[in-house]
Write a protein that binds this ligand. Structure first.
Ligand code: ZN
Length: 181
């Protein structure tokens, strides 16, 4: 078996190779083909699990989102829970709160109140206290394009990793994204 050399990718600069399957999954999502998008994200999420990729929870969340939007809530819920359990296990309270709350809102919007409650309960049982995660500072930062130029995922200012006030990093493909004031 060929062992891949351990190396930590640079966090900034340079064009990066975005996996075509990620771009494709985002395209399917944008086009409203939610079932196909879910299946595509599921493969990506499983692969990320297998190599213990740091973005596995984000991909499980996308898988869950896509299934829920496709009306397959029961297929989506395990992925949402898996994503939240990842964050919880690593004490990443801020993303746990943010992703969890988004799932709750979306489930409620779509009328899946039982599932929304289930996630809300999970959050209140797992989040330490209503502390830092609710007051993430959103001081004046650059305005980002709506979609990642690398993989096509929608970008949200409160969800990307900011490198500095002008530059963010996509949470799915690590592409640096330059914002504008
Ligand atoms: Zn991206």
């Amino acid at each position: 078996m060929r062992r891949r050399p351990f190396r930590r990718p640079f966090r900034r600069g340079g064009p990066r190779r975005v996996p075509p399957e990620l771009r494709r999954a985002n395209e399917l999502m944008e086009a409203g083909h939610f079932t196909q998008a879910a299946e595509a994200f599921e493969i990506i999420a499983r692969r990320a699990d297998a190599r213990r990729g740091p973005r596995a929870p984000q991909f499980h969340f996308r898988t869950g989102q896509a299934y829920i939007l496709a009306g397959k809530v029961e297929s989506g819920m395990p992925h949402i829970k898996k994503a939240l359990a990842f964050f919880s296990a690593r004490s990443q309270w801020e993303p746990l709160y943010r992703f969890g709350q988004r799932a709750v809102d979306k489930l409620n919007d779509l009328g899946h109140t039982t599932q929304a409650e289930e996630i809300a309960d999970y959050l209140s049982n797992n989040l330490p206290e209503k502390t830092a995660h609710t007051q993430r500072t959103s001081h004046k930062k650059a305005t980002l394009p709506t979609h990642c130029p690398g993989c096509g995922a929608p970008l949200r200012a409160d969800e990307v990793d900011w490198i500095d006030d002008h530059t963010a990093e996509c949470i799915y493909c690590s592409s640096p994204v330059r914002g504008e004031y």
